[in-house]
Write a protein of this length. Sequence first.
Length: 406
Amino acid sequence: MVDSAKITAAFATHKLTKPTQFQYGTAGFRMDASLLDPVLFAVGLLAVLRSKWHKGKTIGVMVTASHNPENDNGAKAVEPLGEMLVQSWEAYATELANATSSAAELLAVVESIIQKENIDWNQPARIVVARDTRPSGQALVASLTDAVLATGGEIKDFGLFTTPQLHYVVRCINTLGTPDSYGEPTEEAYYEKLATAFKKITTGLPRLSPILIDGANGIGAPAMEKLAKHLGGALAYEVANGDTVSKGKLNFECGADFVKIKQIAPSGITLKDGQRACSLDGDADRIVFYFFENGTFRLLDGDKIATLAAEFIMDLAKQANLLVERQDGSKTPLNIGLVQTAYANGSSTAYVKDTLQVPVVFTPTGVKHLHHAAEAFDVGVYFEANGHGTVLFSPAAVKAFKTSKG
Ligand SMILES: CC(=O)N[C@H]1[C@@H](OP(=O)(O)O)O[C@H](CO)[C@@H](O)[C@@H]1O
C-alpha cells in the first residue's frame, strides 16, 4: 500500500507555489529552473511507478536542459534498456506534474496510475539519477530523491554526467549478469568502452592534427578530459569552452546549437584554415563538426555525419558479404537504413538513397521517434541535422558480425 502519510510529509517542502502548466515534451520537462522543484518530486514518483511496472528494473532520470540557457533545467526519464520513456507514459508525467498543488491531488494521480496500469506496489523501485553542470541541478536531484525515498524506493545518484553516460549506466545495470550484458555501470567503464572501440577502429590509420573540441562550457568538457586518460594519446585534441564554474557561460555563444544556427565558429575558438573542430551541447548528446576552407565556414552537421556513417558501414558490409540469420532460419544480406527528420538537407537524403542505395525513413523531430524507426533495420543509422544521433545494431546483426570470418 502507498504510504500516503510519508509521501505527504516529504512533499510538504516541494509543493507548487506559483501556478504553472507543465508538459512532458519531446525531451521531457524543460523550463526555468526556479519552477521545477515540484516537477522533480513528481518525476520521482513517476520513476518509482515505472520501475514497479517493470518489476523492479532500474529507471534513469537525467536532470538537464541540454542546449537551453543556464537558467533553465529539466528532467527526462529513461527506460531500462536506455531508451526514452515510452510515449504512453508521457501523459502520466504531465498529469503528476500538474497535480503538485496539493498532496491529496498528487496521491490521487498516483493511485489512478496504479489502477490503470495494474501496478503491484509491493514490487521494488530502483532509480538512478544524474545531472549536467547547471547550478540548479543539485537541488532538483534532492527533490527527486525525497520523492523516491518517501515511497521506500532506492536511488543512486551518479552526480555529474553527460546524458549518454546516464543512458549507458541504466542499460548496464539492467543487463548486468545476463547474456546481453552491456558493460560495468560505472563512469570509468564507459570511458574504457569508448576508448577501446576508438583505438580499435583507428589502429593503423595516420594520426591527424589535433581537433578542437568546444565543450559548450558544460559537462562534455570535463568528460572529454577523463576520456582522454583512457585514449592514451590515440586522439590529439584540445578542449575549448571548458569553463563549468563561471556563471552564465553554459551554452553562451558556444555549443552545437549555436554553431548550427549561426553557421559560425563559437566564441572561445580561433580556427586556422583547414583546422578541424567540433561542438557539443550542454549535456553532450549532440555533436557537429566544422572547419574553414579558404576562409569559408564549412559545417558537418548531423546529415553529413549520418551520410558518412551509412557509407562506412555499407562499404564494410559489402566487403564482408555479410548474411544475417532471420527468424525462419534463412540468411539474407545485412539491411542498412537511415532515419532522418523533415529538417534534413534534401541532398543528403538523395545521396544516401540514390548513390549509396540505402533506404531513408522520415520521422517527426525527437530522438525517441528516430530511435524507434532505426530499430527496424539490422543497422539503423539515425541523425537529426542538429547533431543528435547514433547507429543501432540489431541482435541478429551483432551475431552475424561475431560469427563471420575475416
Ligand atoms: C532527446 C530529444 O528528443 N531531444 C530533442 C530536443 O533536443 P535537446 O538537445 O535535448 O534540447 O529538442 C530538439 C529540437 O526540437 C530535438 O531535435 C531533439 O530531438
